[in-house]
Design a protein. Structure first.
Length: 349
């Protein structure tokens, strides 16, 4: 987020050069930059609520964000030139800047951010529809040409040719068998004795493999510090938004605690616990990476590329901020709605 203003300056320069020929792509980039600026203002509110001084002064951020989206402008779209009406953005931004109550300012900014996010999604869909008008036959032909290139052709494998992994496993087993003496029972020996010797050999082979695997597991951290650090990190407690999550706690356990808080009347606490549980579940599904220093906005940015998850997660983040940081009253219906959206978010993955 600290890189917001330098990027913003570049976009303002591009906008000034193309002020008479703005297209949908340029408009969407400015909408996304304005949304990022609003996100910075929300973080500033959080810092001010705990007595810290924002890293980027509010006045500067408000001024730069205001320049991005004028009240009206003409946009060249696939359907022709369209004149936008963004007076709502100018009015809401002015109201947020004038609001001295931090909780109310956070609510205004959060609603503004959500509206910009929805606008960005619509602009993205507009560009996708325009691009999809190309001939499907041309796309298929291009794909066929790409796949027919030599680098994308699989080497032809002989019918009886072993894979590299199977060949390596066969050589390894042969090496293990070579460690044991060959037992050739005499002609008069019973068939049961020969069978017992064969079973015993395989038991010894499996035991040696297990011992070697255990020794490698124990010795690898001594020679690979990175591997040792990964094992240690996995055993450490997870921290989400300042809350410690034990090793034995799962996302389902956290959702259960949220339900208990809601039944006890602490709806605001239930929403926070439910939001933490959702982040825990997203981490378990490898969609986000947990870190002590990350804020809810950092986690939201982590899943921005997953549009089907991001839209719902953005709404949940706004509700969490309004009820937890903004101090907005929460009633049982708010928790039921929050819980239902959490379920829809997980189903959309």
């Amino acid at each position: 987020m600290r890189a917001f203003l330098p990027k913003l300056a570049v976009l303002l320069l591009i906008s000034a050069v193309n002020s008479f020929a703005a297209d949908v792509g340029d408009y969407q980039r400015r909408v996304d930059s304005a949304k990022a600026g609003i996100g910075m203002l929300i973080e500033n509110v959080s810092q001010m609520e705990i007595g810290e001084t924002p890293s980027q002064p509010n006045a500067e951020v408000f001024a730069e964000v205001r320049k991005l989206i004028p009240s009206t402008e003409k946009i060249d779209s696939p359907a022709g030139t369209v004149e936008t009406n963004n007076q709502w953005f100018v009015d809401e931004l002015k109201a947020a800047e004038a609001e001295q109550d931090l909780a109310r300012r956070a609510v205004i900014l959060t609603q503004l951010e959500q509206r910009l996010a929805a606008l960005s999604v619509e602009l993205d869909e507009l560009q996708v529809r325009a691009e999809s008008e190309r001939s499907k036959d041309e796309d298929k032909q291009k794909l066929s040409e790409i796949l027919n290139r030599p680098e994308f052709q699989r080497p032809i494998k002989e019918p009886n040719e072993e894979s590299e992994g199977a060949s390596w496993l066969k050589r390894f087993i042969e090496w293990i068998e070579g460690l044991f003496p060959k037992v050739n029972p005499s002609a008069g020996a019973a068939e049961g004795t020969a069978s017992f010797v064969g079973v015993l050999q395989w038991v010894l082979i499996i035991a040696v493999i297990l011992v070697l695997g255990f020794v490698m597991y124990k010795l690898l951290p001594l020679f690979a510090p990175r591997f040792r650090r990964v094992i240690r990190d996995e055993r450490e407690e997870r921290v989400i938004l300042g809350e410690r999550i034990g090793e034995d706690q799962s996302a389902d356990d956290l959702f259960g605690e949220a339900e208990r808080l809601a039944r006890e009347g602490d709806v605001r606490g239930a929403i926070r616990k439910g939001y933490v549980a959702l982040l825990c579940e997203l981490s378990d599904r490898k969609l986000i990476g947990l870190a002590r220093h990350k804020t809810n906005r950092d986690y939201l940015r982590d899943i921005r590329s997953r549009r089907e998850v991001y839209e719902r997660m953005n709404g949940l983040t706004g509700k969490f901020e309004r009820h937890w940081y903004g101090g907005q009253d929460a009633v049982p219906h708010d928790w039921e709605e929050f819980r239902e959206t959490c379920g829809e978010t997980l189903k959309a993955i």
